[in-house]
Design a protein around this ligand. Structure first.
Ligand SMILES: [Zn+2]
Length: 278
């Protein structure tokens, strides 16, 4: 009897250790909160969920993505400091919680997202903090001396991925249409399509020709970032097609962070397999 309890306790202990080790990189990426004052009016905030931009104008403050867990409240405090009594315009690049769970804190302000149906939004996030405006194609707003283009790129990572381009600064906020150092979370229900990912990335780069890119997760950079991410899709595709060894590709991307146990090299390869069947 005693022996079986001991074995069960040991198994449980090992399971807990295994889970903690597995999700640690993700939790650590989500709890990071790094504030970079890019220029006088533009602040970038990394971690705490998806990457965020705060653009301060004379009359309003624009926020790109509202983060999750502890990051959402820290971000809101920072936004409030910058906004004072000015209205806040929040843009969600897409409906995943790590980019939109903080929405409820912005009650009474404008919240913009791509044209998901209300049912799609509620199924993912509930009713609280639901966007007040849905962009079907494109919307342009002026914040101080910056022209902000909010463009719904349609289906790729989800059904309505929105990118935000700051025209004067030539900075593109790519949302999860671009992720660096983190495996993309691909979900059929949300409309993820790797083929469309590549198409929309190329289209967006051709149209805006940004000098600086802020991905949904990971470090900022230039057009090289897109090449890096596309190489990941090319590598995983070649395994799906049986043209290269999975172990080699897994080794190459072993430093990329999985989204809990829902994304990873193997998950992307399997997603490719399903997509290539069509
Ligand atoms: Zn996402």
């Amino acid at each position: 009897m005693k022996k079986s309890i001991l074995i069960a306790t040991a198994i449980l202990f090992l399971l807990i250790i295994f889970t903690v080790v597995k999700i640690y990189p993700f939790i650590s990426a989500m709890s990071k909160f790094e504030v970079v004052e890019y220029d006088k009016n533009l602040t970038l905030v990394f971690g705490g969920g998806g990457n965020t931009g705060i653009l301060t104008g004379e009359k309003e403050v624009l926020v790109i993505d509202s983060k999750i867990m502890g990051g959402k409240s820290k971000l809101f405090e920072l936004v409030k400091q910058k906004a004072g009594n000015k209205p806040i315009i929040l843009v969600n690049t897409h409906l995943h919680a790590d980019h939109s769970q903080g929405n409820s804190l912005y009650k009474g302000n404008t919240i913009i997202a791509g044209a998901y149906t209300k049912e799609q939004w509620i199924a993912e996030n509930g009713e609280e903090g639901m966007p007040t405006e849905w962009v079907k194609d494109s919307k342009e707003i002026q914040v101080g001396d910056e022209t902000v283009i909010i463009r719904n790129k349609g289906q790729a990572h989800t059904y309505n991925d929105t990118v935000v381009f700051l025209k004067k600064r030539k900075i593109l906020f790519f949302g999860d249409l671009l992720m660096i150092g983190m495996h993309p979370f691909l979900k059929k229900k949300d409309g993820s399509s790797i083929t469309l990912y590549l198409k929309k990335q190329n289209e967006t780069m051709d149209e805006f020709q940004p000098e600086k890119i802020v991905p949904g997760h990971g470090r900022t950079g230039d057009a090289e970032l897109v090449k890096e991410f596309q190489e990941y899709f090319t590598d995983t595709k070649s395994v799906a097609e049986g043209k290269s060894e999975p172990d080699k590709i897994e080794e190459k991307y072993k430093h990329w962070i999985p989204f809990l146990s829902m994304s990873g090299t193997r998950e992307t390869i399997n997603y490719w397999r399903e997509e290539l069947k069509k």
